[in-house]
Design a protein around this ligand. Sequence first.
Ligand code: 16G
Length: 245
Amino acid sequence: LAPEAWLRADGGPRYLQLRRRLERAISEGLLEPEAPLPPERELAALTGLSRVTVRKAMRSMADDGLIVQRQGSGSFVAPRPRRVEQSLSRLTSFTEDMARRGLRTTSEWLERGRFLPAPQEVLALALGPNDMVARIARVRMAGGEPMAIERAALPLDVLPDPEAVQDSLYELLERHGKRPVRAIQKLAAINLGEEDAALLGVEPGAAGLSIERTSYLASGRPVEFTRSIYRGDKYDFVAELRFSE
Ligand code: 16G
């Protein structure tokens, strides 16, 4: 945490620079889940930052569930999320799914903007020949741990300003009366390629689930086509089945 090493970094407020530095230490495994963080006063001395700045960095990380602050005993890296049971019969958002388990979500953005659609997106979203799409691609984190990679494409009139998506896509769509009410999902087992494995913090070749979701408004119009890759070591997908003749 030598001051020169991070002060030159990518700028922005100093507390965010410190936060990013600590996040990196966590994601690179220098700070393991549940490990204690150095006391505020020590972090301030190490970095040359004021204690107010250090406290602000810690508070923002605690708010996002990356660390846990315990009165009297200091701060700890958040525990590793256990396997997650995910229902296959409800149309929920990642943010809602994780919140129900007491986990805060964050995103690492890979892409966010207007793009030419891939052929699969043109078909799924019933786009015209010259239509662009809003694409948002991100690594979805829960409690500071990568859980899935998601690449969502939406028609531009549904999401005119992709940059406006902060954390929850569905929450934004809901505010504009465009939250999907029905979806078709396809699941397939895969082995993670090198790039995806690195993004998810697992070994190349590890098991994953590829999920494609096309979701629709009540009118039947498709509004979202999302390709996701979920970590196989984190998810159990559960569906209720009924017998009918
Ligand atoms: C889920 C959906 C994804 C949707 C996202 C919205 C699956 C496989 N995928 O992750 O299609 O875009 O939720 O979540 O379930 P958000 O509102 O937190 O951005």
